[in-house]
Write a protein that binds this ligand. Structure first.
Ligand SMILES: NC(=O)c1ccc[n+]([C@@H]2O[C@H](COP(=O)([O-])OP(=O)(O)OC[C@H]3O[C@@H](n4cnc5c(N)ncnc54)[C@H](OP(=O)(O)O)[C@@H]3O)[C@@H](O)[C@H]2O)c1
Ligand SMILES: *[C@@H]1O[C@H](CO)[C@@H](O)[C@H](O)[C@H]1NC(C)=O
Ligand SMILES: *[C@@H]1O[C@H](CO)[C@@H](O)[C@H](O)[C@H]1NC(C)=O
Length: 339
């Protein structure tokens, strides 16, 4: 047997490299393009959301705004959480004009400042008696951090703080309202980019170069946090009628890419954007999975799951580790000074 293999191998090697390897690379590329960039089927549910209240963070642009338009069309009361009153006002006007639903409002929310998150939650608790869907959509992309080492007001990594910690505190403060409005749900807009975390999270809590928890930084970790958070929430909220799920919207042409303009020369930025335009989704298409999870009756049995393209998807193995979910929860409580 050994003899045969060693006889054949030398002849096999060039064959492998010349034919098999390119074919394998091509197949992998096609798979990645289809999985990560490819089209998303529209959410076909006609479900109405009359009488339901929805919060969408960052609902003034991109995926969040398209989600807001769709849910408002279904009759929901839609609350946007936005950091700019001016942009929020304009979006509210536009959403009302497009949908004819006047139950659209905004309250100020800056996720990069835990005090602002507390203020927003207090306003919601004061003004709203019900909350059925909380969509943690707002986020900044990799390119948004122009100065490395930028932090939130409380000194956490800017991306981690905006994409994960702010939403964690927001969700925590609204849990009782979600519980009393059950059946209700929490949806985290995560990203397939969370697959690019290859190592266990490092919860070292020292402050390094002015950053608290200096190893919890960057886009990939913040998005892994969204998935872990949804799973831990799902576990904690069992039998309360509150579900928690996370999702990948697709590769979507939104303002999330705009900061790249400052990072790259114009030709490179334009080239990248044309790739995204060609293979990616526009923001209406990018909102479909969020809408699907928000309304689809078929998804109602799901809890603590991860979605993409309007269907169940696979999360990073690291996101399935129950002890990491629990550890991240405990540390997040400490970061937010919660008991
Ligand atoms: N686009 C993609 O290809 C893609 C892929 C995977 C995942 N995602 C995720 O999808 C979500 C939505 O992104 P998008 O593509 O729609 O981007 P976008 O067009 O840039 O919209 C992001 C929204 O988040 C808001 N926001 C940012 N920082 C905030 C803060 N500190 N406090 C409150 N609101 C804040 C923005 O408000 P301003 O208008 O004030 O900036 C904006 O409304 C993000 O979580 C992103 O990670 C996007
Ligand atoms: C989503 O992640 C945020 C942190 O980014 C967390 O606060 C929230 O509870 C999570 N919700 C779900 C459903 O994962
Ligand atoms: C996105 O494309 C679809 C067609 O595929 C179109 O109906 C929709 O209006 C577009 N949305 C935006 C925001 O351009």
């Amino acid at each position: 047997m050994h003899l045969i293999i060693s006889d054949v191998m030398p002849a096999l090697c060039p064959f492998l490299t010349l034919v098999c390897l390119p074919v394998i690379i091509l197949l992998v590329l096609l798979y990645v393009f289809r999985e990560v960039l490819g089209s998303c089927p529209p959410c076909r549910s006609n479900k109405r959301l009359d009488g339901k209240t929805v919060i969408i963070t960052g609902g003034n642009a991109g995926i969040g705004k398209e989600t807001a338009i769709d849910l408002a069309r279904r009759g929901a009361r839609v609350i946007l959480g936005c950091r700019s009153a001016e942009r929020a006002q304009e979006a509210v006007r536009d959403i009302i004009a497009k949908t004819g639903n006047s139950k659209v409002v905004f309250y100020i929310l800056d996720l990069a400042d835990l005090d602002s998150v507390r203020q927003f939650a207090a306003t919601v608790l004061e003004k709203e008696s019900r909350l059925h869907i909380l969509i943690n959509n707002a986020g900044i992309g990799k390119a948004a951090v122009l100065i490395p080492g930028s932090t939130t007001k409380q000194g956490f990594d800017l991306t981690f703080g905006t994409n994960y910690l702010g939403p964690f505190l927001l969700t925590y403060l609204l849990l009782d309202l979600l519980r009393s409005s059950a059946p209700s749900q929490i949806i985290n807009v995560s990203s397939h980019m969370h697959w690019f975390c290859f190592r266990q999270l490092n919860f070292n809590s020292e402050t390094k170069n002015g950053v608290r928890y200096p190893y919890l930084t960057g886009y990939e970790i913040s998005k892994l946090g969204n998935v872990l958070h949804a799973r831990e929430l799902a576990k904690r909220l069992q039998n309360t009628g509150v579900r928690a799920n996370s999702l990948h919207p697709g590769m979507v042409e939104t303002e999330i890419w705009t900061p790249l303009k400052k990072k790259y020369p114009a030709w490179m930025y334009n080239f990248l954007m044309s790739i995204i335009r060609m293979f990616g989704l526009n923001s209406t298409e990018g909102a479909q999975t969020t809408i699907y999870v928000s309304v689809d009756e078929g998804a109602e049995e799901y809890n603590g799951r991860y979605f993409a393209k309007c269907t169940l998807s696979k999360e990073n193995r690291l996101a399935l580790d129950d002890s990491t979910c629990a550890l991240l929860w405990d540390h997040s409580m400490k970061m937010c000074d919660l008991k």
